[in-house]
Design a binder for this molecule. Structure first.
Ligand SMILES: [Zn+2]
Length: 324
């Protein structure tokens, strides 16, 4: 509806932020304080991260060559590490860690272009969910850009598998169905998690209400092991659900039923959005993780016959549909 009013077009427009917003927290890996500022960006830029801490000069003296060395564009093929989160690295070897929750927030709200200035090597973990990112993006507000948004419509099945972990993506049976349907299942040994299943259509309203607040989680024994190895130093009960032999150790317990599977869905949504476009199709995932999520996006890009780029009629935009 708003696209129609703002652009006069019958097709959904690309979006960016209306103004810049900042937030700060600690990095999950380092435990060090980090600040990010998310700026609007023009159509064609996609999502870009910029490591401000690596800039040697300031203000007007900065050359564009120097800026490009510390700028990392979100893309499936920029993923260099998938342990404890998704890491992107540019051609100069400059990295940014743990991008998936912010990417999920961009996907959930339909933001196509943004520049994220960051004061260190990883995104702040915040509360372990995407909700704090949604809050600042809401504060900034969104605006339409003079370019039509393109979606990636699945034409042929693409599948990836690793032991009993798998994801596949298939076309919607109805050509007038522009939704991204998701079917995600997890199965953990710890009875506090067990087997959980979530089936939903990806849209801004559903993302906000059901997925954004789902926190990351881990086993108590894993935390101890990671700390011994100097990993996940920023991890705490404030930014992860910790389970131990059938019990949730956090005071206050879970935020809602299915928080575990919904967090895995959140990670999947964020990792898929490295494609830079919404997906039209059905994503079915059993025990997904960052590595497999990334393999799926690369498999998709490596088989151009499996998809086509299409404009999205305003009347078919997820924002227009009444979501359950
Ligand atoms: Zn996560």
């Amino acid at each position: 509806m708003f696209d129609h009013l703002e652009t006069g077009s019958d097709f959904v427009a690309e979006k960016t932020l209306r103004s810049s917003v900042s937030l700060s927290g600690v990095g999950l890996h380092t435990g060090a304080p980090v600040q990010i500022t998310i700026h609007p960006a023009a159509s064609g830029n996609g999502i870009m991260f910029r490591r401000q801490d690596l800039l040697s000069t300031d203000g007007a003296a900065r050359q564009s060559a120097e800026l490009s060395k510390v700028t990392i564009s979100a893309h499936p093929k920029a993923v260099t590490r998938t342990a404890l989160g998704t890491t992107l690295t540019n051609e100069y070897g400059v990295s940014v860690n743990t991008v998936e929750h912010l990417m999920a927030a961009f996907s959930g709200l339909g933001i196509d272009n943004a520049l994220i200035e960051i004061s260190g090597p990883e995104l702040p973990i915040m509360d372990g969910s995407a909700e704090p990112f949604i809050a600042v993006l809401d504060e900034a507000g969104l605006r339409s850009l003079p370019a039509r948004r393109l979606a990636l419509r699945i034409k042929q099945r693409v599948a990836v598998k690793d032991g009993d972990h798998w994801i596949y993506i298939t076309p919607n049976s109805d050509a007038s169905d522009y939704a991204c349907h998701m079917d995600v299942m997890v199965d953990f040994e710890d009875p506090a998690i067990g087997r959980q299943h979530a089936v939903f259509d990806l849209g801004a309203q559903h993302f906000r209400q059901t997925i954004a607040a789902a926190r990351t989680f881990c086993n108590k024994s894993d935390v101890e092991l990671m700390h011994e190895r100097g990993l996940a130093l920023g991890g705490s009960y404030d930014n992860a659900i910790v389970v131990d032999n059938g019990k949730v150790l956090n005071q206050g317990g879970l935020r809602f039923d299915g928080e575990f599977v919904l967090h895995k869905a959140l990670d999947l949504i964020g990792d898929l959005y490295l494609l830079g476009r919404p997906i039209i199709g059905l994503v079915t995932a059993f025990k997904p993780g960052h590595e497999l999520n990334n393999r799926l996006t690369k498999a998709l890009l490596d088989s151009p016959e499996s998809y086509e780029l299409v404009e999205i009629p305003v009347t078919q935009s997820p924002a227009m549909r009444v979501e359950a």
